[in-house]
Design a protein around this ligand. Structure first.
Ligand code: ZN
Length: 658
């Protein structure tokens, strides 16, 4: 029988509001998406994983004004917090979309015009209760308070009555088609309880949606009517198609659209399960297979919020132990449809018991014995006894169940299966007691078989945990002497018995150190004070752009807009209170300027005086830490260090670079 190839897998996260300081909630959604994407690749599917930032709207406009910069500059400056976090969490999206990208804005306008031509978008007058903070009109079911005013149910702020000319989307016309779709695709919204919630909302009747504003400028203009700006949430939803080549790359779009799963927080379910599918139906595009609303993380049983001051900073955990323990905890602790509770006690307990004890000890014990008894090469598998066969069979069955759980997004169950296998292997080792076998030379074949089994179990486990703990899995893979990347393994060909004897193993290192709760909490309190996440990085040294391969192509004309010049440094001093920043006085031949550069950790001020490098001379001035910067120097950023390419001294200051 011919093997049917599996369909491509396209997973998205919501795009995050660029103004937000990334917290554990952002981390959670992105980790789920990343783990699913990694699994699906190892499951032999073509995969596209999209995440990004929502950069339009009043709040960005406001924050930029408060900082004395234009919204674009502001967005460029703060978006790096998300780039940095994904890197720190080992999340590898295939594309990071920013709604300020031209490819996005063009796609949104294209679809807007299409719906306008079809009559599904029309112009009218809207009057309603409006929440300025959320940039959203309240729905009619929000009750008025005693004084006749309304309060926003999302943020608790007072709403105001707003009336304006606006474009509407004819949502009312889509009620029956949406209900039909839900009926024919009962797993369109998951978990099931949310599907019921959505269907009953739609059955209650749908009103047309106001989708443009005239009072907000920072957004996508309505094509042909630029006095109107498209609502930030309307524009944002389109990222799921613009990010995959809509109206730009037909081959890519054809391959991956419709999305396999839109992962979202349950608070934005209506946007994704009602509005977005209606827009797609109007545009004649197929609907996503599934909208999955995951739960929220509570901190010590309370919802995290800025006002409570209990927002969890993922960097505190990442600094202490790297990404894998956090990824494991978040995905293991609860099914992704339910709320989870984060407590430091619970987290440390999992790290110590599941990772340090169960997995870490298995790996270090087995590898140490192979080193001591077989000079670090994998021993040959002497004849199999019933208990050995049992472990081999258990692995095969566990693999099938774990893969099935991963496939249905039950990541916690996949991990449970894998851990019950780890427990079985630990028990097998305890029963066989290889350290006793080693004392009797006659039992050496038996010793070889037992340790061979243990290493085979570690190798298989490494592959199965790779979607969730990519870094640790790769290390375990290499311990067993495997030369390649564990992520290149395909689950359908992964077999327990495919471990070659005689292959040299790598010297093991500790995978998961045990964590002392008391010490950890003390350190946590200390590092939390640094407030790393809340610091706005200074722009010069951090590239506010996607990775090279992901950056959209630009034309020569766009490049030629940059006025690159040779600058000669006249003076350099540190910026008070900012350990990364230097204030430089530079000569451009015809004028002198001041720039602020985030290179203080790599260069002492005196090292730069007299040096020549490239600056962008026509960048809008920005105020960084209260100091005006009239240009930006170019430097390579590697591991937090800046490296400036210098010119030979005889190039005149002000020379154009092209
Ligand atoms: Zn509100």
């Amino acid at each position: 029988m011919e093997k049917k190839s599996k369909p491509p897998f396209y997973v998205t996260t919501p795009i995050y509001y660029v103004n937000d300081v990334p917290h554990i909630g952002h981390a959670y959604t992105t980790i789920i998406a990343d783990a699913l994407a990694r699994f699906m690749k190892m499951d032999g599917r073509e995969v596209f994983f999209l995440t990004g930032t929502d950069e339009h709207g009043q709040k960005v406009e406001k924050a930029a004004a408060e900082h004395g910069v234009d919204p674009r500059t502001w967005a460029d400056r703060v978006v790096v917090r998300f780039f940095d976090l994904w890197k720190a969490l080992d999340c590898e999206p295939d594309f990071f979309i920013r709604t300020t990208m031209e490819l996005h804005e063009k796609g949104v306008q294209k679809m807007f015009r299409l719906l306008l031509d079809k009559g599904d978008i029309y112009k009218g007058e809207y009057k309603g209760w409006y929440c300025v903070s959320d940039e959203n009109f309240l729905t009619d079911d929000v009750p008025a308070s005693a004084d006749g005013t309304k309060t926003c149910p999302d943020c608790g702020r007072k709403a105001q009555v707003v009336s304006e000319e606006t474009y509407f989307f004819r949502l009312s016309a889509f009620q029956q088609r949406l209900l039909d779709h839900y009926r024919d695709h009962p797993r369109f919204v998951r978990p099931q309880s949310r599907m019921n919630e959505v269907a009953s909302f739609v059955r209650g009747g749908l009103k047309d949606l106001s989708i443009t504003r005239t009072t907000v400028k920072w957004g996508v203009p309505v094509p042909g009517d630029p006095a109107h700006t498209i609502y930030v949430w309307y524009d944002a939803l389109h990222n799921y198609v613009t990010g995959i080549g809509y109206d730009r790359d037909p081959a890519l779009f054809e391959k991956f659209w419709p999305a396999t799963v839109h992962l979202i927080g349950k608070d934005i379910l209506r946007f994704h399960a009602v509005f977005w599918p209606a827009f797609l139906l109007a545009a004649g595009l197929p609907l996503p297979e599934c909208v999955f609303g995951h739960g929220w993380w509570l901190k010590d049983e309370a919802k995290m919020s800025k006002s409570k001051g209990n927002v969890l900073d993922p960097y505190v955990l990442l600094r202490a132990m790297g990404p894998d323990p956090l990824r494991y905890f978040l995905l293991r602790e609860v099914p992704i449809g339910l709320d989870g509770n984060f407590s430091h006690e619970g987290f440390i307990h999992r790290v110590n018991s599941d990772l340090a004890n169960d997995l870490g000890n298995l790996v270090s014990r087995a590898l140490t014995m192979v080193r001591n008894y077989f000079q670090g090469t994998i021993p040959p598998p002497a004849p199999e006894e019933p208990d050995d066969a049992e472990i081999r069979k258990t692995f095969g069955e566990m693999k099938d169940r774990a893969v099935a759980h991963y496939e249905s997004y039950a990541l916690n169950k996949a991990l449970e299966e894998i851990w019950s296998f780890i427990t079985a292997v630990n028990k097998y080792l305890a029963d066989k007691a290889p350290w006793k076998l080693a004392k009797d030379p006659a039992l050496r074949p038996r010793l070889a078989r037992v340790l061979h089994q243990a290493v085979a179990a570690i190798r298989g486990t490494a592959a199965l945990i790779a979607p969730v703990m990519p870094g640790s899995a790769q290390k375990m893979w290499e311990f067993t002497g495997e030369p390649g990347r564990v992520r290149d393994v395909r689950f359908d060909t992964l077999r327990f018995e495919d471990l070659p004897a005689g292959r040299p193993m790598k010297e093991p290192e500790q995978l998961f150190p045990r964590v002392n709760l008391k010490e950890f909490l003390a350190e946590d309190a200390g590092t939390a004070k640094e407030k790393t996440m809340n610091e706005i990085p200074s722009p010069p040294e951090r590239p506010a752009a996607p990775a090279v391969s992901e950056a959209p192509l630009i034309t020569y004309d766009e490049f030629a807009k940059l006025d690159l010049r040779v600058a000669h440094v006249l003076e350099a001093v540190k910026v008070e209170g900012a350990k990364k920043l230097l204030k430089l006085k530079i000569d451009l031949g015809t004028e002198q300027r001041q720039i602020v550069a985030g290179v203080a950790e790599s260069y002492a001020p005196e090292q730069l005086v007299g040096k020549k490098f490239i600056i962008i001379a026509n960048l809008q001035p920005a105020v960084i830490r209260g100091v005006e910067s009239q240009g930006m120097l170019l430097a390579a950023a590697a591991g937090g260090k800046a490296m400036i390419p210098f010119f030979e001294p005889d190039v005149p200051a002000g020379t154009k670079v092209k």
